[in-house]
Design a protein around this ligand. Structure first.
Ligand SMILES: Nc1nc2c(ncn2[C@@H]2O[C@H](COP(=O)(O)OP(=O)(O)O)[C@@H](O)[C@H]2O)c(=O)[nH]1
Ligand SMILES: [Mg+2]
Length: 277
């Protein structure tokens, strides 16, 4: 039995789920209902057997109450609860483990990523057949300072890992479940592993396609990052060095070759055009 988290009951319809959307939630009582409403409408439009899994990471507000209420009303909604706050990556892991979809989409719960862009990520996946689609976020209203900080870190990560991803920290991602589980594995302990999600896919030789999306202002509540993220930056810089050390020997793996092998192992065709990075 899993001791890290508890879940609401699994759906009983018995149909194979194509797409699981996983949203980490930390004090998101003001956003859960809108997130669920908008995501379920997207599922209806897509006509896909899908589920949304909301992971409450030890929230102090009524987030869990909102989640369980929605799970009781619609079996496409599932809740996962951590007894204590364990961070975004831990929430992704619990959500991915609980999910049943062949494909999993990670999305923020605060509505900065638009649920209406999920079909765009899905279409990009179907068209380009990469291992992972990562949204490139185009801020529409975030504070400028945060954006500059984010671009700087993006450049640093690309340089350190020899990549050209346009938004390597974006946690709005769609990938096969096995690919995501693999990316979320690591040897050392990291507090901000979510910052390495793009490069973690890259060093494993996964093929990443990018999709341009809007990045809106937070729906309700506030960001877990401070306005001047100096301590966070220092910690991320240290963890970047640690992750580069952990994955140093992987840089020699042929990116395309590995993806090709993976593709063949799951019976996917080789794309004729792509956004290989
Ligand atoms: N599981 C978990 N999720 C968190 C935590 N902090 C933030 N989140 C969620 O991660 C997403 C992004 O967090 P946010 O604070 O908006 O970060 P920002 O967009 O980078 O400012 C939101 O869905 C949050 O609810 C945390 O400690 N644990
Ligand atoms: Mg946010």
């Amino acid at each position: 039995m899993n001791t890290r988290y508890t879940t609401t009951p699994a759906p009983r319809h018995g149909k194979p789920i194509t797409l699981s959307v996983v949203a980490p939630c930390f004090n998101e009582e003001g956003n859960v209902n809108a997130l669920v409403d908008r995501t379920l409408s997207v599922f209806d439009e897509m006509g896909t057997v899908a589920e949304i899994i909301l992971v409450d990471d030890g929230s102090a507000d009524s987030t869990w109450g909102c989640i369980t209420k929605r799970a009781e009303q619609d079996e496409r909604v599932r809740g996962v609860k951590h007894g204590e706050n364990s961070g975004i990556e831990a929430a992704w892991k619990s959500g991915v483990e609980t999910s049943e979809g062949h494909l999993v989409c990670l999305i923020d719960a605060d509505l900065q990523n638009r649920p209406e862009d999920i079909p765009l990520l899905y279409k990009t996946y179907v068209r380009e057949v990469p291992d992972m689609v990562q949204a490139v976020r185009h801020p529409t209203g975030s504070p400028k300072r945060r954006h500059v900080f984010s671009r700087g870190l993006n450049l640093l990560l690309n340089t350190a890992f020899g990549m050209k991803l346009r938004d390597n920290k974006s946690g709005f991602i769609l990938a096969r479940r096995d690919v995501l589980s693999n990316i979320l594995r690591h040897h050392y302990t990291y507090r901000y592993y979510q910052s390495f999600i793009g490069v973690a896919a890259g060093v494993r030789g996964y093929l990443i396609a990018e999709a341009d999306t809007a990045f809106e202002s937070r729906g309700a509540g506030k960001s877990f990052l401070p306005r001047f993220p100096i301590m966070v930056s220092a910690r991320i810089a240290w963890e970047l060095a640690k992750y580069r050390y952990e994955t140093w020997s992987w840089s020699s793996r042929g990116a395309t070759g590995r993806s090709e092998a993976l593709r063949q192992s799951v019976g996917l065709p080789t794309p004729t055009q792509g956004d290989a990075t």
